[in-house]
Write a protein that binds this ligand. Structure first.
Ligand code: ZN
Length: 243
């Protein structure tokens, strides 16, 4: 039995993407024990889940104190999510804008499901803090990424499980450039390099071409967003160095 209290423990929703990798570093700076949970639901880019080991290993090597804080890695299978979704992530169809201005990569309610499973796991593991990369700044019309949604779900989880969870979304008000800057603040350029090299964002699961912002097809909405954020971050850095 660990002597680290629930209040010093966090569970990070960790997909292996840029956002969740940054969230993992954020949690490693704050909590004495950090566990991760990834979800497998038949998504095309299982490669994103495979990125997790490389990122966790890299962070452990980057900072010895982070290595000491890293705890169990969990993976939960939620194939039902694919069965109820007809989206470009889980079926082999083109990514395009659908009804309501949402791209058809949207899996309805996905983050509600993820956070509810994460809370159930946190309950069993005696963990109070849950950390996710939801963000309403950059992307999304995704309603399940919005701050109000997360706040409401926090209340529902507390009531429904009889606990006082704290849902943390450190990226909620950041754009992608600011997320790169946060990674640098948390773990220096070593962490930025690690996330560029090993995190996976591309919707198509493409890992052939290496761009300055990492691997990906370069043209899907996720790659475009990541590339745009990287260019803004890199430009800020150049100005910072000369100015
Ligand atoms: Zn792509």
């Amino acid at each position: 039995m660990s002597d680290i209290s629930a209040d010093q423990s966090a569970l990070v929703l960790f997909s292996g993407g840029q956002d969740s990798a940054t969230c993992l570093a954020w949690a490693l700076r704050r909590f004495a024990r950090v566990e991760t949970v990834g979800f497998s639901y038949g998504q095309r880019h299982l490669i994103e889940l495979a990125s997790r080991d490389a990122l966790i290993g890299g962070m452990a090597r980057l900072r010895p104190e982070w290595a000491a804080r890293l705890g169990e890695r969990h993976t939960l299978e939620i194939p039902t999510l694919a069965a109820v979704s007809e989206t470009a992530l889980t079926r082999d169809i083109a990514i395009e804008m659908g009804e309501g201005g949402l791209p058809n990569t949207f899996v309805p309610g996905r983050n509600l499901v993820f956070l509810t499973f994460a809370a159930a796991l946190a309950y069993r593991r005696g963990i109070r803090h849950i950390v996710g990369g939801m963000c309403e700044t950059d992307f999304s019309g995704y309603p399940d990424c919005r701050n109000d949604t997360i706040k409401a779900l926090n209340v529902a989880l507390d009531l429904g499980m009889g606990r006082a969870f704290e849902l943390h979304t450190p990226l909620m008000w950041l754009d992608k450039a600011a997320t790169w800057a946060l990674a640098e603040e948390l773990g220096g350029t070593g962490l930025v390099d690690l996330i560029v090299e090993h995190s996976h964002t591309c919707y198509l699961g493409e890992r052939g071409a290496r761009h300055d912002w990492g691997y990906g097809c370069g043209t899907c909405p996720a790659c475009s967003l990541r590339a745009r954020g990287w260019r803004a971050y890199a430009a800020d850095q150049r100005h910072g160095m000369t100015g």
